[in-house]
Design a protein around this ligand. Sequence first.
Ligand code: NAP
Length: 454
Amino acid sequence: MSESGGDARVRVAIIGSGPAGSYAAGHLLRHSEPELHVDLYERLPTPWGLVRAGVAPDHPKIKSVTNLYERTAEHPRFRLFANVEFGRDVTLAELQERYHAIVYAVGTPTDRSMGIPGEELPGSYSATDFVGWYNGHPDFCDLEFDLSGERVVVVGAGNVALDVARMLVLTRDELAVTDIADHALDVLASSGVREVVVVARRGPVQAAFTNPELRELGELVDADVIVQAAEMGAGAAIEDPDAEPTARRNVEIMREYSTREPAGRRKRVELRFLLSPLEIRGEGRVESVLLARNVLESTADGSLRARATDERVELEAGSVFRAIGYRGTPLIDVPFDSDRGLIANDGGRVRRGEYVVGWAKRGPSGVIGTNKKDANDTINALLEDLAAGALLDPAPISDAALEEWIRERQPDLVDYQRWSAIDRHERGRGEPHGRPRIKLARLEELLGIRHGDG
Ligand code: NAP
């Protein structure tokens, strides 16, 4: 090895510091023969992706997974290069000149649209925007949500729909102890929302909720949960012994909800089934949602699909949130499978020396922990390729020269030390208020924190 340590190093650049990228870094760093050096690139000045900007503020336990990522970040062969955007500050060709492998961990940042008339009306929102906004993501902090209407319709039967529904009915006291962005705290705590109707296009058995999230809905301080008994029969028979355990348990939980007498709380969250939005209606802004009543029909692959009948249901609503899943966006110079909305890959391999992990690899599914095995599988493929001499062959470069290059590209680089200063600063702001942190949401505020601050 040269004096600078440049020659014998195998360098891997990971693009994106969310769970998938962080697990990939951890798995690479456990590999010590030959030594792998990992540089984790992140577009924002803050790491951890959806753990910071996606997980609901009232789920602090889920966020504690960052303790694990912090241990990875303290590894001597790890560096964070945040506030660096792939394709803008650095190109693929430049990374290929400096790294043996590049691992994309960029997630699926946009949302699917419903493709129905009225979707663009004021008051029709995407859950992706809303989640980014209440979590203080710099891209979304200037959005405005008009929550003056009493009823909100949330389309979709996944955990994001439940997060949105819950956030709309939590009390000021419940919100005020979280790390919710301050701009969102005031708007949500003083909103006019009294009723949230979550609409699923298929039946209770097919809902994509997970059990703890569904159970939480029945424990809200200020809202009753409502399920119509008549809609509980919809979908496949839960008595089917092949039904997934999560689906079986979901149905048990919802059956219990359907027998509950409302306790007269100020607000309500209602779960409705077999309804598909056809049109969002209103003069100049959302006033109602027209839905088709569906039936389920079998498809060739054995799954059940919703088919609209002639029956219509119109729900008055002041706003509509679509929470029907995320979608990937292409990266410059990286092959993209536009049918699936993912980086084109075969088991995590993209092209020689290029790999993909997480939602950008398999689509937006699973909980945070799902990304660990997913990332490990891709990294194992990378390690096989390394052993077979099938990675890239960059010119040797020292740690210092590499860092000098990246600082030329982005003079306002946020390394791990600088992120730690931001982290300390945010935690310090939160402490007197009994909050885990008070986030800085704007780029200029985040970048105003320097090494040694906090
Ligand atoms: P999801 O779990 O895939 O759910 C999407 C929902 O939208 C499904 O019910 C789907 O119904 C429905 N949908 C799709 N297209 C539709 C359309 N055109 N019209 C009406 N409904 C439509 O997605 P997600 O809620 O965005 O969550 C993404 C992932 O993050 C999931 O794996 C989720 O578990 C995870 N997550 C976890 C947590 C947590 O652990 N607390 C929190 C948030 C998110 P069909 O089934 O009929 O397609």
